[in-house]
Design a protein around this ligand. Structure first.
Ligand code: FES
Length: 149
């Protein structure tokens, strides 16, 4: 990727980005391999990053901490300009979108916790009766569908 002209003077090395973001260099390479961030090569063939990558990585880290999948993070970041950090309004839009995902995860985990409570001390793991083995009683739904055919 060619370097943005304005980015040359303030470009950061991979070590500088890793240090400022408090992440290993390998994580930077991983983010880059997944298309979450981009760099370019200088004349010495060293990776260089625009300063906006710091905010972009902050968004990635916050999203990862809340359990958002990298594919969802990438999708959200893909609508942003590549040569700039997310603005406050863009971050607000992303976080609202992820709030819905988090609400669903919390509901799913709460249900799982309740189901696990009913299994403690049981150990049957019955395909018929155990809510962990048969979540949502999918076997009953499947047999109802078979009967309707
Ligand atoms: S282990 Fe028996 S109901 Fe889940």
């Amino acid at each position: 990727m060619p370097a943005p002209v304005a980015a040359h003077k303030t470009a950061l090395s991979v070590g500088e980005v890793a240090k400022r973001c408090d992440i290993p260099v390998s994580t930077l390479h991983f983010y880059e391999s997944r298309g979450l961030i981009k760099s370019w090569r200088n004349n010495s063939n060293h990776r260089r990053y625009s300063r906006h990558v710091l905010r972009r990585i902050a968004v990635i880290k916050v999203a990862q901490r809340t359990g958002i999948a990298l594919t969802d993070i990438k999708q959200a970041l893909s609508v942003l300009p590549e040569d700039g950090a997310p603005s406050a309004a863009q971050w607000q839009a992303m976080s609202q979108q992820w709030q819905t995902l988090l609400d669903k995860k919390i509901a799913d985990l709460t249900l799982l916790q309740q189901q696990l409570d009913s299994c403690i001390g049981c150990g049957c793991l019955s395909l018929q009766d155990c809510p962990l083995r048969n979540p949502g009683d999918y076997l009953a739904a499947a047999s109802s569908a078979d009967a309707a055919e």
